[in-house]
Ligand binder design. Structure first.
Ligand code: KG4
Ligand code: ZN
Length: 386
């Protein structure tokens, strides 16, 4: 069947057209067209996503991105529309939904509403460089149950995935999402939005110098809180907290870490007012912040894997692109790890189409409990949970 999928939950306007077949066990996808429009440049002056502006951009970009995909796909008919209905910025979600509703009415086709986080989980199914003709078999490729670590600008969750459609959140952030913390710390260091890649690039510059690396769980034989790396200049020997590392649950907290960076910069400014012009100090702050944030993620993920005795780990969401996270998580033993390709770690409509098709196939065999999936009844749910 031919599927058109739409993603507008945050600051990316994305549309993909697929050919999908095979059902849940033997699903295979061929991507016929994939277009998106990132709003990063619009939001840079605000240092983050400005919802009203994002909504306006979606209104402007949806018809453009649609036209581009439609021309590229060279098809005459769509059988199903998949659209993100949450979680995300509600006013942005509505733009994708109403666009989908208009197309569904015109083409007389059903809409399947998709949970954005479910999209991030199954984003790992498609591997580059075969993205234009991706074929995969879920049951053969991914052993269930799995733990999914979902890390983005809006979420930080550990999810027990028992199978397609069977999810249980076993831990999550109690305040800021890890991507949000990366973005806020980047702002404190005068780095542009989105800050994650910039922090990571700064940290990487020092990470290659052995004495300054710190942070690696594996190098420390799994022990937490190493002595500060010796032989480093005093002012670059920063130590930030690892919030909730020892808590007896799988929750996270990043607000305190972010505030600790704020206080560190404030104190440093008392000593040198032009601290943000000092590349070495900025790199050292970025390095210690990244070490602290990633240590919390990796440690709790390893604990969850141990407790639930799973053999599979899925890592999804924008922060899954982080090089240090990838390297550290790969050190967890006896586990098969799936990462999205860099193209699919951030928000995209490919993952929405994949999750949409699988949901459609799964629910088709069951009678609808209510008309809530009738195209005109689909509603945006900003705080949607599994
Ligand atoms: O999944 P995503 O594209 O959008 C949301 O659903 O939020 O994630 C965006 C987040 C941003 O906070 C961005 O700074 C972060 O992912 N991010 C990174 C990296 N690349 C993107 N964080 C750390 N390291 C990266 N390399
Ligand atoms: Zn996302």
């Amino acid at each position: 069947m031919k599927i058109l999928s739409i993603e507008t939950s945050c600051d990316d306007t994305c549309i993909t057209i697929f050919e999908a077949k095979g059902g849940i066990k033997n699903a295979s996808f061929k991507i016929l067209a994939n277009s998106s429009n990132s709003q990063i440049n619009t939001h840079i002056p605000y240092g983050g996503v400005y919802p009203v502006m994002a909504k306006r951009e979606h209104i402007k970009n949806l018809p453009i991105v649609f036209e581009k995909s439609w021309k590229e796909a060279k098809i005459k008919k769509i059988d199903l529309i998949a659209v993100t209905y949450g979680p995300g910025l509600e006013m942005c979600l509505w733009e994708g939904i109403t666009f989908a509703q208009k197309l569904a009415k015109k083409w007389k086709v059903p809409i399947v509403p998709v949970n954005h986080m479910e999209g991030h989980i199954w984003s790992v199914l498609l591997q580059e460089p075969t993205i234009s003709k991706s074929e995969f078999l879920i049951s053969k490729k991914i052993q269930m149950p799995a733990i999914a670590l979902l890390v983005s600008g809006g979420h930080t969750q550990l999810v027990l995935v028992k199978g397609f459609g069977k999810y249980e959140i076993i831990g999550e952030t109690l305040d800021d999402a890890v991507g949000e913390a990366f973005d806020k710390v980047a702002r404190m260091l005068d780095l542009p939005y989105p800050g994650g890649p910039h922090i990571s690039a700064l940290a990487e510059k020092l990470r290659n110098i052995p004495l300054l690396r710190g942070g690696s769980l594996a190098r420390r034989g799994g022990k937490i809180h190493p002595p500060p790396p010796s032989g480093t200049p005093q002012e670059e020997n920063f130590k930030l907290p690892r919030p909730m590392l020892y808590s007896k649950n799988f929750n996270f907290s990043f607000a305190g870490l972010k505030t600790a960076v704020l206080y560190l910069i404030r104190d440093l400014k008392k000593q040198h007012s032009n601290i943000l012009q000092n590349d070495k100090i900025k790199q050292a702050i970025a390095l210690e912040f990244e070490n602290a944030a990633i240590e919390c993620l990796v440690y709790k993920t390893a604990k969850a894997i141990e407790k639930y005795k799973v053999k599979t780990l899925i890592v999804g969401g924008g922060v899954a692109a982080n090089k240090y996270l990838r390297n550290e998580i790969k050190k967890i033993k006896k586990i098969k790890i799936y990462f999205p390709t860099p193209l699919l770690s951030g928000d995209n409509s490919i993952m929405i189409g994949v999750a949409g098709y699988l949901n459609y196939v799964k629910n088709k065999s069951r009678p609808q409990a209510s008309g809530k999936n009738e195209p005109q009844n689909i509603k945006a749910v900003g705080n949607l949970r599994f």
